[in-house]
Design a protein around this ligand. Structure first.
Ligand code: SF4
Length: 275
C-alpha cells in the first residue's frame, strides 16, 4: 500500500468517530461557505460558529447583506476583531448580488478578502473540486507526515491522486479536525496518533529519543538492574564485562543507585538489589 493510500485510509477511518459537527458542513451553498470561512479566520471554530449563525440568519444570501449598512455589519461583527474582514465581506456581497458564484467560478479570488485558502474552500465544499484546502493545520499535517519542507507544492502535485474516489470536502474536513485535535502545532499527540512509523516526524522524534538514550546513564542503570533481578550477589568486577563502560563511570552509577536505596553493595565487592 502506498504512503499516500495509508494516509488517506487511516484518516478516513479516524474521522468516523471524530468528525466535528457544524451546520455548514452539510451545506453546498457557496455563500454559507464564504461567510463561515471569512468569520473563522484567526478565530476558534466554536466561537466562529456562534457568529456564523447570527450572520446567516440575518443575511441568508449576498443580496440581503448588500443592502445592509456598513454600521450594521460592523455592529454584528463586534467582538470578532479584524474589522477589515467585515468590510471586505460586505463589498463581496455587493458584487455577488449582481454576479452569481456560478458566473465567476472558479475565480472566486476576484472577490475582496478571498485568498487562495478561501477560494479552495469554496471550490471543495460547494463544487466538490479535487482540491485540498491549505490552512495552517492541513499544511502542518502534510509537512510532518510526508516529511516535506514545501507542503504547498507537495499538495498541488499530489492532491488529484490523494482525492481519487473520495469527496474532497470530506477529506478536507478530516484533515482540519485531525490537525487541530491530534497533530497540533505545539504538542502533537503522537502517543495516541493513528500513525506511528508511517509518519516521518514520528520516526525522527523516535530516533532522536533513542539516540539520547543510547549510552546514557539511564540506559546503564537499566542494564544493571535487569542483571541484578536475575542474579544475586554479583561481583562488581564482572559487571564491567556485561555493562561495557569505563570503571569510574560504573562506580559513580553504582554509588548513586546505592544512595537511592536501589542496590546494596557489600564490602565494596558484591552487589544485589536492596531488600
Ligand atoms: S505521529 Fe505525531 S507528528 Fe505524525 S501525524 Fe501523528 S501526531 Fe502528527
Amino acid at each position: 500500500m502506498s504512503k499516500q493510500h495509508i494516509f488517506k485510509k487511516k484518516l478516513l477511518s479516524w474521522s468516523i468517530k471524530n468528525t466535528r459537527e457544524y451546520s455548514w458542513r452539510n451545506s453546498e451553498d457557496p455563500w454559507k461557505i464564504l461567510l463561515l470561512e471569512v468569520i473563522s479566520q484567526q478565530t476558534q471554530l466554536d466561537r466562529a460558529n456562534k457568529y456564523y449563525q447570527k450572520f446567516i440568519r440575518k443575511f441568508p444570501s449576498p443580496n440581503e447583506m448588500s443592502k445592509a449598512t456598513k454600521k450594521e455589519i460592523l455592529g454584528m461583527w463586534s467582538g470578532l476583531g479584524y474589522n477589515s474582514r467585515a468590510i471586505r465581506l460586505h463589498e463581496a456581497s455587493k458584487i455577488l448580488s449582481k454576479n452569481s458564484f456560478d458566473s465567476i467560478y472558479p475565480e472566486f479570488d476576484i472577490l475582496p478578502g478571498v485568498g487562495e485558502y478561501t477560494k479552495n474552500a469554496i471550490l471543495s465544499f460547494a463544487y466538490n473540486d479535487k482540491v485540498i484546502t491549505q490552512d495552517t493545520n492541513v499544511l502542518r499535517v502534510f509537512s510532518r507526515f510526508f516529511g516535506t519542507k514545501d507542503p504547498k507544492k507537495f499538495i498541488i502535485e499530489n492532491q488529484k491522486n490523494i482525492l481519487k474516489n473520495i469527496k474532497s470536502r470530506k477529506f478536507n474536513e478530516v484533515l482540519m479536525d485531525f490537525g487541530s485535535e491530534i497533530c497540533t502545532s505545539k504538542s502533537p499527540s503522537c502517543n495516541i496518533c493513528i500513525f506511528d512509523n508511517e509518519c516521518k516526524k514520528f520516526i525522527q522524534v523516535k530516533k532522536s529519543t533513542q539516540t539520547t538514550f543510547k549510552g546514557s546513564d539511564r540506559e546503564i542503570r537499566g542494564k544493571i538492574i535487569k542483571h541484578l533481578i536475575v542474579n544475586k550477589n554479583v561481583d562488581i568486577s564482572s559487571l564491567n564485562m556485561i555493562i561495557e563502560t569505563e570503571e569510574n563511570r560504573l562506580e559513580h552509577i553504582l554509588e548513586k543507585l546505592e544512595s537511592e536505596g536501589m542496590v546494596t553493595i557489600k564490602n565494596k565487592k558484591l552487589i544485589e538489589i536492596s531488600s
